[in-house]
Design a protein around this ligand. Structure first.
Ligand code: PNS
Length: 165
C-alpha cells in the first residue's frame, strides 16, 4: 500500500493543483492532500474553507482524502503512515526552494521520499497568489479555478470590500 501526501497551502486550490492531484492519485494507492493550517501566513481562506473547497473538487477521486495539518510536514507524513511526499514543479524558480524542502525533510525522516511532478504546460504560470490578485481587481478567473472556488473567492472579496467601506 503506497500512501502519499500532497501538501500545500491551497489558498485557494487552482486547476494547477487539481492537475497534480489527479496525476498523483493515479500513481499511488492513496493520496492525502495535506492542507497547511498556519495562521502566520494569514491566508484568504480558513483551513476549514480550503479543506471544503478541495473536498468539493476531488469528490470524484475515490483514493483522495483531504486532511488539514499543523507543524512539520514530516511529522504529519509519519502520523499518516505515508512513504512519499508529492510536489508540483512549475519552473526553475520553484526548484531551489523545493530542493531545500525535500532535502531537509529527507534529513528529518529518511523513510519519506519526495517525488516531483512537472506541472502540465497549460498551468505552468498559475499560482493561488495570481488568482487572488486577478480576482481582486475584477478580472475573470474562470480559466484558473473551478466554478465553486471562483464563487467563494468572489464572496470573500465582496465581504472584505464591505468591511473596508
Ligand atoms: O503551497 P505551498 O505554500 O507552497 O506549500 C508549502 C508547504 C505547506 C509544503 C510547506 O510550507 C511545508 O511543508 N510547511 C510545513 C512546515 C515544514 O514542515 N517545514 C519544513 C520543510 S523545509
Amino acid at each position: 500500500m503506497i500512501r502519499a501526501i500532497y501538501p500545500g497551502s491551497f489558498d485557494p486550490v487552482t486547476y494547477g493543483h487539481l492537475d497534480i492531484i489527479i496525476r498523483g492519485a493515479a500513481l499511488v494507492d492513496e493520496l492525502i492532500v495535506g492542507v497547511l493550517n498556519n495562521n502566520a501566513k494569514t491566508p484568504l481562506f480558513s483551513a476549514e474553507e480550503r479543506v471544503r473547497m478541495l473536498e468539493e473538487v476531488t469528490g470524484n477521486l475515490s483514493n483522495v482524502k483531504i486532511i488539514p495539518f499543523e507543524g512539520l510536514l514530516i511529522d504529519f507524513a509519519e502520523k499518516m503512515d505515508a512513504v512519499m511526499v508529492i510536489r508540483g514543479l512549475r519552473a526553475i524558480t520553484d526548484f531551489e526552494n523545493e530542493l531545500k524542502m525535500a532535502q531537509t525533510n529527507h534529513k528529518l525522516s529518511p523513510k519519506v521520499e519526495t517525488a516531483f511532478l512537472t506541472t502540465s504546460l497549460e498551468y505552468a504560470y498559475l499560482s493561488s497568489t495570481v488568482v487572488k490578485e486577478v480576482a481582486y481587481f475584477g478580472g475573470d478567473i474562470s480559466q484558473f479555478v473551478p466554478e465553486n472556488v471562483k464563487c467563494k473567492i468572489q464572496e470573500k472579496i465582496i465581504k472584505k470590500e464591505s468591511v473596508h467601506q
